[in-house]
Each structure stands twice: as C-alpha cells, then as structure tokens.
Design a protein around this ligand. Structure first.
Ligand code: WT7
Length: 638
C-alpha cells in the first residue's frame, strides 16, 4: 500500500537549525518542497508573489486544489479505517463517537450535497453557531468541499455579536444546534440565532438546525430546515469544488484595538501547507498517535489544530464537547487516560484553573502515553508551566509553548516537541520559514542583537499569513502593515534572550487577553456606553490569577444617577447582550472624571497601573489636563 506523503518532519534540534537556515535562504524552494507532498489538480506558476505595502501576498498562485481531498480522500487507501475524529461527549458515560477517515469522508460528502441542494455554492458565506459536536466538524469540512466560505462564530457570543458577524460577511446560511451541552447546563443556541435574525440579517435565506439535545425550540417555517432531514438519504459522493490556491477558505472574526471585530481571511493553498507542516513538527506527530486539542472550533486554534492540521496529516484528533471541570477538575486527565492521548494541547487559563483545584485531580490517571504537552493563547506564567510539567507531564514530557495569532493561521514561535531546548515562559525559536524581528518602538529600527526587547514583527511572508480583512483591505493594511513599514506587526511585545529564544511579553495595543480570548478594550467600552445612564467609560486589563487578565472598567455616570450595585449589574447585562458573557467586566469603578491628556486622550497607562495596584510608580503625569482625577481614581479603586 502506498504511504501518503507528508511534509518533512524534523527529527533533531541540529536538523531544525539546518532546515531553518535553508527556509530563510530559499523560502520558495523550501515551501514548494512541502507543498508538493499534497494533492493538487494543477500546479502553480510562481511560488510566492508579495509586497507588504499593499499588502499583497500570494502563495502557489495558479495552482488548484481542494483542501478536503487532502484531509480525507488521499488518506483513504492507507488509513480509511483509522479513526479520524474521536468525539468525547460532555457526559463521561455517554457513548464515544469514532469516525474513521472513510466515514468522515462519506459524511462530509452527504452534508456537502445537502448544502448544494440548499443553494450554497462556491464563494457563498456560511455562518456556524454550534457546540463542539461532530456535525460542526463535518459541516465545516463540507463547506470547504463545495467551496463555500465558512465563518465560525464561537457559541458564547451574543445575538448582537452574531448578527454583526453574519451581516459583515453577508452569510446566506447559518448552521446551528438546538441546544449546547456545557457541563451541567444546557444552553439555548437556536434561540440566540432567532434573536440575531430578529435584529436584522437580510442576507440569511436559511437556518440549518442540528438536533443535539432534542429540546423544544421555536420554528420559523420560512427559513428553518432540519439538518437530519436534509442530510439523510444524500449520496456520500460529492465532487470536490476545484479551488484556486488563493481562493478564500474561511473568515474568522477577531478583535482589534479599534472598532468592530474584523474578519481575518485565510486562503486554501498556503493555509493547507502551513497548518500541516507546523502540526507535524511542533507536536512531532507519528502515525497512530492520538492527539487532543481542547480548544473550541470557534477559535483559530480549533480550525488549524483540531481540524485542518491534524486531518491533513492523517491524525486521530479528539474533539471534546465538555468543559475542564465537569464532572470534576480531573476530566482532562481522565479523558487523556481513557483515549491514550499522546499529544495534549490546551491554554494556560485552563491549567491555572485546574492547578487551583489541586494536583489530587491529576493523580490516579494513567498519563504514561503523553509525549508532548502544548500551551497556547496567552503567556504561560512560570507557576503554571511548572505545574503542567511536574504533575501532568510527570517531569518527563516536553512542553511546547506555541505563540501565534488568528492572523498567522498557524504556530509561529514554538519548541518542536522533545527536540528543542525548553525554558519556562519562553515560547522559544521561530518555526522554519518564520522570519521574526524585534523592532525598537521609538526609532522603528530592527534590533538585531541578543538579548533585546521590542515590538514583535515578521519580516517575510509565510504561507498562512492573513490575506486581507473581509471587505476592508485598508483596515488590514493600517492594522498590521503600517506600524513598522515593510513588516507585519503582531501587536505583541517580546524579548529575545542571549540564545535567541523569544519570550512574549504581551499586547502593546489596546487589546486584552482574558482566559485566552482576545478582546478589544474599545469594543467593551462601546458596549458599556450603550447603557443610557453611562456618560463615558475606559476599560483596561489587570492581572487575574486564573484568567491571565481580568476586565476593569472605569465608568462615569450621568448626573444624579446612583452609582450602585444595581447599575453595575445593568452594565454587566449590557455587555453580555452586546458581546457575550466572555466580555463582562470583572470590576467596575464609578469615577467622576477620567485622567486625560491636554489633547483629550484618556491616559490608559495610568488606569492600567491603578487597576493593577501599581499606584507607587505611575510614571510621568505632567502632561495631564486633570491631575486631580488620578487621586480620585486611586481613592476609589475596587
Ligand atoms: C494573541 C493572539 C493563537 C491561538 C489563540 C489566540 C497571545 C497567543 C501565546 C503564547 C504568549 C500568546 C498574543 C497574540 N498569545 N499565544 N504562546 N504566549 N502570548 O489567538 O485570539 O488571535 O490571539 O494571543 O498576545 O497576539 P488570538
């Protein structure tokens, strides 16, 4: 039986150094070599065409492919009967679902045909608002099969946030479930979609409803259709749409420092090559291994490293419906033992939450199959790193701290499991093909020495870099390509040690990271300001033991309005309504004034310090218009 070719897997740190050097000396040759391991319908002309001024980045242009043929069809000969998706349900005693590559291929075909029957075709946008169930994975892949563009919205966002995203992309179809099981609660999902439509989503023709819990839902005859009724009886064979390498594969919305969330656009060819290459190398995935990433498919981590990367490499990928603390704080480790998980990938916030419950929940579970532990989403603090290493990894399992972003599509800086030197709180070295730079904030010059610290940038395109932001190319340019001309600016600050290892310090813009979820402070402020009795607000992050950062809101209320707990509750409710529970402020302080510069800008630096309890070192306040506001803010800290 022929073995399915895969991108190159590096096998030592010495080899990493050689491969890295080659990837920089000859990026086109290097990536073309990786790309050739996939199934293409026609080949490319130029490997890469780029400039970061427009910006314009094209990889493998002229080539055609379908990513699902690479995820599914090409594995059928060698591993048709191997489990592709291993579904672990919310309830530990409910049945596990194992879909083999052959079954997944057939299911994706059926759903692809059902979508085509609903009138969905190449380039149409399909929005998802679903829990972590197999049908989500299947129908996301079905979109890719027929060339429709998926836009997955995390099912914790509010109706308003969902409507905003549906409308920005003019989605013609929403796929949702009736209810979502999360721990001991069932959460309505379809009802949120109904509310979103009531807010006005003129592009939506249909809502395809997956029956998950079977509970009662409202039914709109004109738009709603049952998933099972449409999918049953469909042929499992579904011709894959032939896509250009630079055709859009998906949109994923993410928050920035200004305005509404933007739709990050990824395309078919480069994203395929990079997610597969990075998955294989960072996790050192070997055939037969069981890999588990605990993220939600509503985030980029789920797209790249639950679905595409693992499936492209013929992996067995675990999909978990539940939460880390249900039925108790040992659930992750129980599931690792139950399925003999070899590579486990989670977020620091989950590690900290479980660490707080004590290591007794780890003990007693057989974790001897673990080979690599991964971390993603925010800087991992030393204490959490040590706990992960000592208790979960039993001092034996290497940890990869993977730094990347929605915009990068794949992991950028990370150790390669078991090969690279590791150092707590350091993400490590850039992956092959990734040309990082530190740039001096004041001079805008690249800092080439070691050690150094500065703005974290990328100098050269990699295959899965975002191509644009949906319908707003100018916003893409100004957000990422103007801060440091000629480079992609990440929004993060970082340090490089004497050995050249990177440590991510955190965002240098007005973006905060709450439990690994990215939030624009302006977005939260806009939501708070929707409250009729709020005059102005300023939101900052502050250190939070479990969440990494908590949300601290300074609020000015209208004259005569009692600033009390009832108003606090109303403000929180407003944020839940506008964005969702993940954005609700942890602390609200009512203030009479906000410290402002003479030009009227809120001095966030001072507000951040006050919220963090660092009132001793406020720095320079001489440019303030109203220095007395600072004292008031300090006096009223909550
Ligand atoms: C921001 C991107 C990438 C998937 C999840 C988040 C922060 C991400 C790390 C890490 C330190 C990290 C950065 C980045 N971040 N991974 N290993 N160490 N910080 O994706 O929502 O696009 O957020 O998350 O600040 O810019 P995202």
């Amino acid at each position: 039986m022929p073995t399915t070719p895969l991108p190159h897997r590096i096998q030592s740190f010495q080899e990493y150094r050689e491969v890295y050097a080659r990837s920089v000396a000859d990026p086109e040759g290097f990536w073309a070599e990786q790309a050739r391991t996939f199934r293409w319908h026609t080949g490319w002309g130029r490997v890469l065409d780029w400039n970061f001024e427009e910006p314009r980045v094209r990889w493998f242009e002229g080539a055609t492919l379908n990513i699902t043929e690479n995820c599914l069809d090409r594995h059928l000969d060698e591993r048709g009967d191997q489990t592709a998706i291993l579904f672990e349900p919310n309830e530990p005693d409910d049945p596990v679902v194992k879909l083999t590559y052959r079954e997944l291929h057939a299911e994706v075909g059926r759903v692809g045909n059902a979508l085509r029957e609903l009138g969905v075709g190449k380039g149409d946008r399909v929005c998802f608002y679903m829990p972590m169930v197999v049908e989500l994975a299947v129908s996301v892949l079905a979109c890719a099969r027929i060339g429709a563009i998926h836009s997955v919205v995390f099912a914790g966002f509010s109706a308003q946030a969902l409507a905003d995203r549906v409308n920005d992309a003019d989605c013609s179809l929403i796929i949702c479930s009736d209810y979502n099981r999360r721990g001991s609660k069932n959460i309505p999902v379809k009802a949120v979609v109904d509310d979103a439509l009531a807010l006005g989503c003129p592009s939506v023709r249909n809502v395809l409803v997956h029956r998950n819990t079977g509970e009662e839902i409202a039914w709109n005859k004109g738009t709603d259709v049952w998933y099972h009724e449409r999918v049953e009886g469909q042929s499992s064979s579904c011709a894959a749409e032939v896509m250009g390498a630079e055709d859009v594969l998906f949109i994923l919305y993410t928050s920035g420092s200004t305005g509404k969330p933007k739709g990050v656009v990824h395309t078919c060819g480069g994203y395929m090559v990079y997610t597969a290459f990075s998955f294989l190398n960072v996790f050192q995935y070997q055939p037969g291994d069981v890999y588990w990433c605990t993220a939600d498919i509503g985030w980029i981590t789920g797209h790249s490293y639950i679905l595409y990367g693992p499936l492209l490499c013929g992996a067995t990928t675990v999909m978990f419906e539940g939460v880390p603390t249900y039925p108790d704080a040992g659930r992750f480790w129980q599931v690792c033992a139950k399925h003999h998980v070899n590579q486990f990938y989670t977020a620091p916030t989950a590690i900290r939450a479980l660490m707080a419950r004590g290591h007794k929940f780890v003990e007693g579970h057989d974790l001897s199959d673990l080979k690599v532990l991964g971390s993603v989403g925010e800087p991992i603090n030393e204490e959490a790193w040590e706990w992960y290493h000592d208790y979960v990894g039993q001092g034996r399992v290497p940890i990869v701290d993977t730094w990347w972003q929605t915009e990068t599509g794949g992991m950028m800086i990370s150790g390669l499991g078991g090969l690279s030197p590791q150092k707590a709180t350091f993400a490590g070295y850039p992956l092959p093909g990734i040309q990082m730079a530190l740039v001096d904030k004041e001079s805008g010059q690249e800092l080439t020495g070691n050690p150094e610290s500065g703005l974290l940038c990328v100098k050269f395109p990699w295959p899965s870099i975002l191509r644009t932001t949906w319908c707003d190319h100018e916003r893409c340019r100004t957000t990422y390509f103007t801060t440091v001309p000629g480079m992609y600016f990440t929004g993060d600050g970082a340090r490089r040690d004497a050995e050249g290892m990177y440590r991510i310090v955190g965002r240098v813009d007005d973006v905060i990271n709450v439990s690994g979820h990215r939030m624009g402070t302006a977005e939260v402020e806009n939501a708070i300001n929707e409250h009729g009795q709020v005059v102005e607000s300023a939101v900052v992050g502050y250190p939070h033991a479990i969440k990494g950062q908590g949300i601290y809101a300074y609020v000015i209320v209208a004259d005569g309005v009692p600033a009390d707990d009832r108003l606090r509750e109303e403000i929180v409710a407003m944020v839940r309504q506008e964005i969702g529970p993940i954005a609700k402020p942890d602390k609200i302080q009512f203030v009479a004034e906000l410290p402002k510069t003479r030009s009227g800008k809120i001095m966030r630096r001072i507000l951040r310090k006050v919220a963090s309890g660092e009132t001793e070192q406020l720095g320079d306040t001489s440019t303030l218009l109203n220095p007395e506001a600072v004292e008031q803010v300090i006096a009223g800290v909550v």
